[in-house]
Unconditional design. Structure first.
Ligand code: GDG
Length: 738
């Protein structure tokens, strides 16, 4: 874990819920923080940032929805040694539309893959926007330079961009606690809503999800909805870039590990075991929610009882459902269904002395929860969808005795980290029944072996690691951002160039050697550039590495001793030698792509198709339609989804959508050239997304230079295309003088 102190002054947390209560004490009302995982993580993050608790100027500020206990009369108590609470109050009707409506009645079911439970109400979206703006107002009153703002969860998706608009240089993190679903689900949201939500989240600098699947789903949505370039897990915006990564949330391992051994917990455990006559105990605890799969879980247990009469009277399923959202009809319905199922199973299998299921609709105190985690033989955790699921991690962390079996749904984010659990599909009653039987019969040595592995993992990946990794991501971002802002240091660059023995110069064509113009056929380098290239190519390996076809490059550079790479690395021509084809991919994919592009050509006059030998491109610089960029995104999306015999890359460049086989790129060819010769000087200059592949593949000592604004993998920037001309002139002057 990284422990170096970061440079942020204060931590500002924003979440829907404030993790505090106001308690009446002898000294009057006081702010008490709850002991949840997020509070512990935030405290450890503040410590890592070098903040001293009790120091007035570095207290942690927490903005969240305020209830009546937080009203004006308690205002002085909204602060303790460590935290300052900032309740956000809003009109009741707005709160209802924002929280119960848009958040819980639309985003929650939709993002947990229950689209039929989702309600799409325009008034709710209005409330969601207004509520996010209320949070912004509260936050704006607080923000100071040097603050790190960390926004949480699906209730506040618009907030990061709202903050960015008002404080452009703010440092903002955003963490999403629920699953981020595939684009097919996101697409169910009206177009303007999904655009607003994705754009809203992208206001952050670092965006975190629990698993890599959610990261990939989010990137897919960013690409489909906003068509922004994505380089690895970085989204490139015109003025900055955004890091997206998985940061699996976890638990305070030591707290759960030691609490199981507390005397109160041990006594309660003993008490429960006696009450249940030393039966084997299966345990589960969840908030009331259709995502938690409680009814399916009961049906799996019923199947087990049905098939295993020898276990009757020897096992008890203790199932606790914690009241939640039960004013919403779907929650009332699920509660009724659970209670009916419990009643039916107990009626079917129970006897005077044995209740197969002990059900309660209530919450447990922490010692009761700990007693059940440590008393049970099986923790049966079977959500139909869960962002992470902390209950299973808490169970594992509690088992200091290395005993007990975890049965876990493959649809919980946690399943990816805990493969030693018995992993089941929650809708498969037989699989659940079999896992229960396997768990009850599992030899102690096997229980131990599985638990030890899971406990080691959680000990290393605890909640402090989670917040520390999140904080470190900001440091990484800062490092890349600061290199991006570096202009090419011309004097030292020229010195290095002049001193080198073996030089490799890799230049893109359009936007680098030639200015971008409306008709690509007319693009050409200036006479000055041509002259410089000629001199440079006589003294160095100079490669023009372009997406253009062979004929165009050969004509443009006729008589020049440069190497030419055409069609993004598909063809190579050394001076005075014939073309070599580097890419040998089949071309049976072209017909489908061509017919999609042809449809767009007929709809958008002025646009046209360019057919190359290994690629096909739609140019729309001269098409006259207001929404042409949106149409280009639409085409790119269609092409990305289309079936193809080989993997294809869809490139969205400057007023062009191009499709080519994925196998070759400017990067693969740059790498192969560089690997053939021991160069001691490399410069690579380009302006477009395809040049990023080239920048990435070269060694980190190479001079990689991005032309124009925008973030890039290049180490340096040149502001304009004509700066390339000046640079090449200076380089060739050095050679002429030598
Ligand atoms: C969301 C995501 C993600 C529950 N009942 C009692 C009780 N609890 C505590 C548990 C655990 C927490 O509540 C539940 O956390 P989960 O992670 O299981 O589920 P959600 O509340 O839906 O949380 C989820 C999480 O955010 C974090 O990012 O993992 O996927 O849906 O800590 O211990 N605690 C006590 N009595 C109870 O009766 N004391």
């Amino acid at each position: 874990m990284k422990t170096s102190k970061s440079s942020y002054k204060r931590l500002l947390i924003v979440s829907y819920r404030l993790p505090f209560t106001i308690q009446q004490t002898d000294n009057g009302p006081e702010l008490k923080q709850n002991s949840g995982g997020l509070v512990s993580a935030v405290l450890s993050m503040a410590e890592q940032m070098g903040q001293n608790q009790g120091d007035q100027s570095t207290k942690i500020h927490w903005v969240g929805h305020g209830d009546s206990s937080m009203q004006q009369e308690n205002a002085p108590a909204l602060e303790n040694e460590t935290f300052v609470a900032h309740p956000v109050f809003m009109d009741e009707a707005i709160h209802k539309g924002f929280y119960e409506g848009f958040s819980n009645d639309l985003i929650w079911p939709l993002f947990h893959y229950f689209p039929s439970y989702a309600s799409f109400r325009e008034t709710d979206f209005d409330s969601y926007q207004q509520a996010n703006t209320r949070f912004l107002e509260e936050l704006n009153a607080l923000i100071e330079p040097g603050d790190l703002i960390w926004i949480h969860d699906f209730q506040l998706m618009l907030l990061p961009d709202l903050v960015r608009q008002t404080t452009p240089d703010a440092t903002i993190g955003y963490f999403f606690h629920i699953p981020f679903p595939t684009y097919e689900i996101v697409k169910l949201l009206p177009r303007t809503w999904r655009q607003a939500l994705i754009k809203g989240i992208l206001g952050a600098d670092v965006i975190g999800f629990h698993t890599n699947d959610y990261v990939q789903h989010f990137l897919q949505s960013v690409s489909e909805v906003l068509a922004l370039p994505i380089i690895e897990q970085r989204i490139v915006l015109p003025d900055r870039s955004v890091i997206v990564n998985d940061f699996p949330i976890s638990v305070d391992f030591n707290k759960f590990n030691t609490s199981g051994q507390d005397t109160t917990v041990a006594n309660t455990r003993q008490h429960y075991q006696n009450l249940l006559r030393q039966n084997k105990i299966i345990f589960s605890v969840d908030r009331l929610d259709y995502t938690k799969g409680i009814t399916y879980r009961l049906l799996g247990y019923e199947r087990f009882l049905d098939q295993n009469p020898d276990w009757h009277d020897k096992v008890t399923f203790v199932i606790t459902v914690v009241p939640s959202r039960d004013t919403i009809p779907q929650y009332q319905e699920i509660k009724r269904e659970i209670e009916e199922t419990v009643g039916r199973i107990n009626g079917l299998f129970g006897t005077i002395g044995w209740r197969p299921i002990v059900y309660s609709y209530n919450s447990l105190s922490f010692p009761e929860l700990m007693a059940l985690y440590t008393a049970c033989d099986i923790a049966l955790i079977t959500p139909l969808r869960d962002g992470m699921n902390l209950v299973c991690k808490e169970f594992v962390a509690s088992r200091y005795d290395n005993k007990g079996v975890l049965i876990l749904s493959e649809l919980a984010g946690a399943a990816q980290e805990l493969p030693e659990a018995l992993i089941i599909n929650p809708t498969d009653k037989q699989e659940v029944a079999d896992a229960i039987r396997q768990g009850l019969l599992m030899p102690t040595a096997e229980q131990e072996a599985r638990l030890i592995k899971m406990r080691n993992h959680l000990q290393n990946h605890n909640v402090f690691r989670w917040s520390s990794d999140f904080l470190t991501a900001f440091d990484n971002l800062k490092t890349t951002q600061s290199t991006l802002e570096t202009d090419l240091p011309i004097p030292s660059f020229i010195n290095a160039f002049s001193d080198a023995q073996k030089r490799l110069l890799l230049f893109d064509f359009d936007g680098t050697l030639a200015p971008l113009i409306n008709d690509p056929a007319q693009a050409k380098p200036s006479e000055e550039i041509k002259k410089s290239l000629h001199t440079l190519a006589e003294n160095s390996d100079l490669v023009v590495i372009s997406g253009r076809n062979r004929a165009f490059l050969e004509k443009t550079f006729a008589g020049s001793p440069v190497h030419l790479v055409a069609e993004h690395g598909a063809f190579l021509k050394k001076p005075d030698q014939p073309w070599e084809r580097l890419d040998l991919s089949a071309d049976d994919w072209v017909d489908t792509v061509r017919s999609t592009m042809a449809e767009f050509v007929s709809r958008f006059p002025g646009s046209f198709i360019e057919e190359k030998e290994t690629a096909i491109a739609w140019h729309y610089r001269m098409a006259d339609a207001d929404d042409i960029e949106a149409q280009a995104n639409d085409m790119a999306g269609q092409l990305r989804r289309a079936d193809s015999s080989i993997p294809l890359t869809v490139i969205q460049g400057s007023k062009v959508v191009e499709v080519k086989p994925a196998l070759h790129s400017k990067g693969t060819v740059a790498l192969s050239i560089f690997e053939q010769t021991p160069y001691d000087f490399i410069v690579s200059i380009g302006d477009d997304t395809t040049d990023e592949d080239m920048f990435r593949q070269l060694p980190n000592w190479a001079y990689t230079v991005k032309v124009g604004p925008g973030t890039s993998f290049a180490r340096y920037h040149l502001a304009r295309q004509r700066d390339v001309e000046t640079l090449l002139q200076r380089m060739s002057d050095v050679l002429v003088e030598a």
